[in-house]
Every structure is written in structure tokens, then in C-alpha cells.
Design a binder for this molecule. Structure first.
Ligand code: PFF
Length: 447
């Protein structure tokens, strides 16, 4: 193990960093699109239910493992283990999570790169560089390579600065900026013609759809992706939390922020779709919603175009928002392998960040060169298989392997009275039984 470990310097620093990891393309792109595809408000209701009843308990499991271990995911899980078999299992789960985070970043950086390209496009349009604008918004290998590189380099820069000066400082800057942008855009879109229809679709549930199996599976998958579960990221962020902090309320704050931002993004995107439709942009074909990337990369820019000069500013703000949200998520993904490399091999932080960043960028390049066969494959490998399985295994670790008294002692740090709380009465059983079964169901369904 090398020198002193980083640590979040303030409570708010941790909350914003973990919320930064949680809030990303999943909230601003994934959640509204899935809501629109799955019956609007019915999906929203189910999502809220599952986020609080299942994703929050699983989030707590990972957070507590990390705070207890005060080390990377592999070491933290090993500290709970009491025999050799368990320690091997700890390695598989911890390392699997780190691998999953790295792979996730390799495709996330490509999509985030598109967001950066779309942020620059309004500027090239204003200065009249039309061919540059077309290049920036057209799918192509060169564009993808360049913007993935730019985005990965930004992530490397922040992570190399460490926990306090990198992750914490930048999350504190970027997260409030994101909320301000999101609220302003939502208010603006809600004033436009057609927005009320979108608002109705988003807020008035069609209760007959509430229990559709597909809707439930999508909502649970979305909740797990959104809270960054099953990637060892929450374990490592938990390990940077001081022993005097109340984990139950920290976890609840992050979950609330994550859900709130997804809800807010829905208030922007779903009405925006209906505004676009009112202006003649096609969003449904044969009654079915056009797919997710068409929605964000085609429908919304088409909407911005209809707004004249104001649209250029709105477009810039919207894609800047998506770029910022992606950045606070990707820094958490990179931190997972970096912290492991630093602690396991005693490599300096800068060197470890560069090495891991370079490996991940190489994988991104392989995906870009084999886009049609690898892009969708890596996404489903990580989000449909990797995350649910590792999330489930973490719950099994806490529920079945960690001794109850030791778990309670860990939770008592920063929360002396926890033993008598509702949380302690419900959560251990939930994590032991309900979470693994529910996650297993989602996983089996995704097969
Ligand atoms: N939670 C992020 C989002 O909603 O976009 C995605 C994510 C970040 C997944 C970090 C996993 C992770 F480790």
C-alpha cells in the first residue's frame, strides 16, 4: 500500500462527488427516454418506488463496505472476509467491479465525446463554419476518436489531481452549474407551445401499465445504472468518507439528489419532445417513440433549430449540461481502477491515472473502429450483465458474509443510535434477501 490515502474533506464534498457520479447521461438522457418509451408517468412512479426501495439499500451496502475497508474495492471486500474462499470471492467481486467500471468508461467516453462535439457545434454555426458544424454532428470515426480523446484527457486531468483537489473540488463546481442549467432550461421549455401535453404524459400515470413486467425491469435497471451500482465506484467513494460521518443520511442524500435530477431532466426532455412535435419534428413513428439517440441527437437539435437565434444558446447550454454531467460520472469510473493500481502496486497517482486512462482510451478506440459490432455489445455487457451481477454479489457479501455485529459497529460510527432505528430493523434483511432476489430477477429477465 502506498502513502496516505485521499479523503473527502467535507460532508458536502462527498455528497456532491457521489451525486456527481450518480447523475450523468443515465439521468438526463436515459431516464427521460425510458419514461417516454414506457408509458410516461407510470414508469416514473415505478422508478421512484424501486430507486428508494431497492437501489438505495444496495447503494448503502456498497458505501458501508468501502467506509469499513478504507481501501480500494478488492481490499475492502477482503477485510470483511474471514476465510480463504471468501477472500477469493472478494477478489472476483472487487476486481470484477473495477473491470466493469473501466469498460463502462470506454463506451461512456465515446457518448460523452458526442456531447462535447454538440456543445461546440453552436459556436461553429455562429461563426459560419458550416462544414465544421456538419462534421461535428455527423457520425464518423475521426470525430469520435478526437472527442473521445478530449473527454478522456479531461477525466485524466481531474483524477490525477487526487480526491480533494480533483474529484471533490470539481464536483463542487460542476454539480451546482448542472442544476442551474437544468432548471433554467426546463423553465424555458415549459413556456413553449405543446409543453403542457408533454407535462401531462409525464405526470399523469396510466395505472393500467404500472405492473407491466417490461416496465418494471427497465425501471430497476435504470435505477441501478443511475446510482452507479455494481462497479466498485461507490465502494471506493465510501472508502474516502471519514468515520465520523452518518452513512445512512449520506446515502439517502445522494439517492435523493440522483432521483430529483432524473425527475427534473424528465421535466425538461419529455415536454421538449412534445414541443418538437408541435413544431413538426417527428418524434413518434407508427405510434412508437424514435430510439434514444435519435431523440437526443436528432429530435432535440431539430427543436433548437426551430427556435431561431435563441435556439443556438439553448443548444449550447443543453449539450454543455450533458458534457458536465458525463464528466462527473466518468471521473468516478476512472477512480476505480486508479485507486486499485495505486494501492495494490504502489504506483504514483499521476502514473496510475495515465496508464489506466491510456488503457481505457485504447479500448474506446477498438470500439470506435468496430462500432457496429462492439458498441452495443459493450453497453449490454456492462449495464445488463456486469452491474446487476456485481451489485447482487455486494449485497450477498453484506447480507451473508459480513458478521452482523461488525456491520453494526461500522454503522455506529457517526450514528450511535442506529441500533434502535427503523433502518437497522429493515435494511439488513432487505440486503440479505430482497435485494439479491430482485436483482437476480432483473438479470434473468435481461437474458
Ligand atoms: N450513474 C451514471 C449515470 O447515470 O449516467 C453512470 C455510471 C457512473 C454508471 C459510474 C456506473 C458508474 F460506476
Amino acid at each position: 500500500m502506498s502513502g496516505t490515502r485521499g479523503k473527502f474533506n467535507s460532508r458536502i464534498g462527498f455528497i456532491l462527488a457521489a451525486a456527481g457520479s450518480a447523475v450523468g447521461l443515465g439521468n438526463i438522457w436515459g431516464f427521460p427516454t425510458q419514461a417516454a418509451e414506457n408509458g410516461g408517468a407510470a414508469f416514473v412512479v415505478m422508478y421512484l418506488l424501486l430507486a428508494f426501495c431497492l437501489a438505495y439499500p444496495a447503494f448503502m451496502a456498497e458505501l458501508i463496505i468501502g467506509r469499513h475497508g478504507q481501501a480500494n474495492a478488492v481490499e475492502s471486500l477482503k477485510k470483511i472476509s474471514t476465510n480463504n474462499v471468501q477472500r477469493k470471492f472478494a477478489f472476483v467481486v472487487g476486481f470484477g467491479g473495477i473491470l466493469c467500471a473501466g469498460l463502462l468508461m470506454s463506451f461512456y467516453a465515446i457518448v460523452a465525446g458526442w456531447m462535447v462535439a454538440f456543445t461546440i457545434e453552436p459556436i461553429t454555426t455562429v461563426v459560419g463554419a458550416d462544414s465544421a458544424s456538419t462534421w461535428l454532428t455527423t457520425h464518423g470515426t475521426q470525430r469520435n476518436l478526437l472527442f473521445t480523446l478530449i473527454f478522456t484527457a479531461l477525466t485524466i486531468f481531474i483524477i490525477s489531481r487526487g480526491v480533494e483537489n480533483g474529484i471533490e473540488r470539481w464536483s463542487k463546481r460542476l454539480m451546482p452549474a448542472l442544476v442551474v442549467l437544468l432548471v433554467s432550461l426546463a423553465i424555458y421549455v415549459l413556456t413553449l407551445e405543446g409543453a403542457t401535453d408533454g407535462l401531462k404524459a409525464y405526470l399523469i400515470p396510466d395505472t393500467s401499465r404500472l405492473l407491466e413486467p417490461e416496465l418494471i425491469v427497465s425501471a430497476l435497471g435504470q435505477a441501478f445504472f443511475s446510482l452507479s451500482l455494481g462497479t466498485s465506484v461507490i465502494i471506493i467513494y465510501g472508502s474516502y468518507v471519514g468515520k465520523n460521518e452518518n452513512l445512512v443520511s449520506l446515502g439517502a442524500s445522494v439517492t435523493l439528489i440522483d432521483v430529483f435530477i432524473a425527475f427534473l431532466a424528465g421535466l425538461l426532455i419529455v415536454p421538449a419532445m412534445y414541443v418538437a412535435q408541435a413544431q413538426g419534428v417527428e418524434i413518434f413513428r407508427d405510434g412508437v417513440l424514435l430510439s434514444g439517440d435519435t431523440l437526443v441527437l436528432t429530435v432535440l437539435p431539430a427543436l433548437f433549430d426551430t427556435m431561431g437565434n435563441g435556439g443556438i444558446i439553448v443548444s449550447f447550454a443543453f449539450f454543455l449540461l450533458l458534457s458536465i454531467a458525463s464528466l462527473t460520472s466518468s471521473i468516478s469510473m476512472l477512480e476505480a481502477p486508479v485507486s486499485y493500481t495505486v494501492e495494490r502496486f504502489g504506483v504514483g497517482r499521476n502514473k496510475a491515472t495515465l496508464i489506466m486512462g491510456a488503457i481505457i482510451f485504447t479500448v474506446s478506440c477498438i470500439i470506435i473502429f468496430n462500432f457496429s459490432s462492439l458498441f452495443g455489445f459493450v453497453i449490454s455487457l456492462t449495464t445488463e450483465y456486469g452491474q446487476p451481477i456485481i451489485g447482487m454479489l455486494c449485497c450477498i457479501f453484506v447480507g451473508w458474509i459480513w458478521q452482523r455485529s461488525s456491520l453494526l459497529n461500522e454503522l455506529k460510527n457517526g450514528n450511535e443510535q442506529i441500533e434502535y432505528s427503523l433502518f437497522w430493523k429493515i435494511w439488513p434483511w432487505y440486503t440479505k434477501l430482497v435485494c439479491p432476489v430482485a436483482i437476480a430477477l432483473v438479470f434473468i429477465n435481461s437474458l
